[in-house]
Design a protein around this ligand. Structure first.
Ligand code: F0G
Length: 373
C-alpha cells in the first residue's frame, strides 16, 4: 500500500520532529501546481506561469501545512490546548487539527472582519471562539500575553513549527518542476508564509535561513541539497495594509482582503531577510485590483481563490507587464486560500448576473439564445 498520509510522514526527515511524535494529520499537502494557459496567452507572456492552489488543503488554506506540524509538536510536548489570533484561516485550521488531536482550541478573531465560511469552520470543529473588539494585531498581542500564564500552546506563525510545515510547499514545487522557479509570488500579511517558502527553497539548496535558526545545532534535520538555485521572492500587500511598503507598522489596516488585514506582521525581520537575500521586492495593490484579479482567474482559468490569495497573481501580472519579471521566466504564485470561504464578496455584484425566468421551456430557450447570439 502506498497511501499518502500527509506532509509529516512524507517529509519526516526534513522536519525537526522527534521520531516518536505521532503525526496529527488530515492528509494536507500535495496541492496542485496548475499551469495557467489563457491569461498568459492574453497578455503575451511566453514564460511559464503557475499557481500553487493551497485552497485545496483539508481546511481550504495553506495554514494546514503549518498546523499539522505545530499541533503534532504541541501534543508531543503534552499540551491539552492551543491558542491563536486569526483573520480566519489559522483559526479554521487550528480548530480542525485540535479536533483531530482531541484537544481544545481557543481562537481570537476580529469581530465582524472575518469571512463567514472561516467562522463556520471554527464553530463546527468546536473551537472556543473569542470575538475581540479590535483587529488581528490586537488579537496577536492578547494571545502572547495570555499564553504567558495560561497552559496553552500558541499556534500562530511565531511558533517555529508552523513555518517548518509551511516550507514543504516549496519542496513540492521544486520536485514537480525539477528545479526552483525563477520567481515566487506571495500575498503577505503576518509574513510567516513568505519566510517559510524562503526557508524551504533555501534548504533545497542545502542552506539554513533565519527561520530555521531555532533548530540549527539542536534538533537537526536533513537539508541535503537537491537543486542549485533559489527563486526571487516577491511579496504583495493590500494598499490599506502594507507595512512592508511603509517600512513601519500600520495602525489601522483596512482591506476587503480580510485575510491580510494586518498592520504589525510578526515575521517582520524574517520577511525582510527573504526579500534581501533573494533580491526580491514588496509591492502593494488596491482592493479593486485584487478583486479584479480574483475574478479574472476564476473566469479565465477556472480557479476560485479568496481575495487575499489573488494578491499574488495581481502582483505577478503587474510585474510581468513592466518587465520586472523577465520575459520567458518561470513564475509560481501561491493561492493561499479557497474562494468558497468567502462567497459574499463575489456575490455582491454577482447576483445581478443571474437570469430569472418562469419554469417553461420557451423562456429557458430564449435565455440561452440571447447568450449565444
Ligand atoms: N492569504 C490568506 C488566505 C491568509 O489567510 C493569510 C494569513 C495570508 C495570505 C498571509 O499569510 O500571514 O503568512 O503572510 N492569514 C492569517 C490567519 C493571518 O489568521 O489566517 P502570512
Amino acid at each position: 500500500m502506498n497511501r499518502y498520509t500527509g506532509l509529516i510522514e512524507h517529509y519526516r526527515k526534513r522536519l525537526p520532529l522527534a521520531p516518536e511524535a505521532r503525526a496529527v494529520s488530515l492528509g494536507e499537502g500535495r496541492t496542485p501546481l496548475i499551469r495557467l494557459h489563457n491569461i498568459p496567452r492574453q497578455i503575451g507572456f511566453e514564460g511559464e506561469l503557475y499557481v500553487k492552489f493551497e485552497g485545496l488543503n483539508p481546511t481550504g488554506s495553506f495554514k494546514d501545512r503549518g498546523m499539522t506540524v505545530a499541533v503534532t509538536q504541541a501534543v508531543h510536548e503534552g499540551s491539552r490546548a492551543i491558542i491563536c489570533a486569526s483573520t480566519g484561516n489559522t483559526s479554521a485550521a487550528a480548530a480542525a487539527y485540535a479536533a483531530r488531536a482531541g484537544i481544545t482550541a481557543f481562537v481570537l478573531i476580529p469581530e465582524g472582519k472575518i469571512a463567514l465560511g472561516k467562522l463556520a469552520q471554527a464553530v463546527v470543529h468546536g473551537a472556543v471562539v473569542v470575538q475581540i473588539q479590535g483587529n488581528f494585531d490586537d488579537g496577536m498581542r492578547l494571545v502572547k500575553e495570555v499564553a504567558e500564564t495560561a497552559p496553552v500552546a500558541i499556534v500562530n506563525s511565531i511558533n517555529p513549527y508552523r513555518l517548518q510545515g509551511q516550507k514543504t510547499a516549496a519542496f513540492e514545487i521544486v520536485e514537480e518542476l525539477g528545479r526552483a522557479p525563477d520567481y515566487h509570488c506571495l500575498p503577505v500579511g503576518n509574513a510567516g508564509n513568505i519566510s517559510a517558502y524562503w526557508m524551504g527553497y533555501s534548504e533545497m539548496v542545502g542552506l539554513s535561513t533565519a527561520a530555521s535558526a531555532p533548530f540549527d545545532g539542536g534538533a537537526g534535520y536533513d537539508k541535503t541539497a537537491v537543486t542549485d538555485r533559489r527563486p526571487v521572492m516577491a511579496g504583495y500587500q493590500a494598499a490599506g495594509a502594507a507595512p512592508f511598503l511603509r517600512g513601519a507598522p500600520v495602525e489601522h489596516p483596512e482591506t476587503v482582503a480580510t485575510a491580510i488585514r494586518i498592520g504589525n506582521p510578526q515575521s517582520w525581520d524574517l520577511a525582510w531577510a527573504a526579500q534581501k537575500d533573494s533580491n526580491g521586492w514588496f509591492d502593494e495593490f488596491s482592493d479593486e485590483e485584487i478583486l479584479a484579479t480574483q475574478k479574472l482567474l476564476a473566469r479565465e482559468e477556472g480557479v476560485f481563490c479568496e481575495p487575499a490569495s489573488a494578491t499574488s497573481l495581481c502582483g505577478a501580472l503587474a510585474d510581468i507587464k513592466t518587465g520586472k519579471i523577465k520575459p520567458g521566466s518561470t513564475v509560481v504564485c501561491t493561492l493561499t486560500g479557497n474562494g468558497l470561504k468567502d462567497p459574499d464578496i463575489v456575490m455582491k455584484d454577482g447576483l445581478k448576473d443571474l437570469i430569472r425566468v418562469p419554469a417553461e421551456r420557451g423562456a429557458v430557450e430564449q435565455a440561452l439564445l440571447q447568450r449565444l447570439a
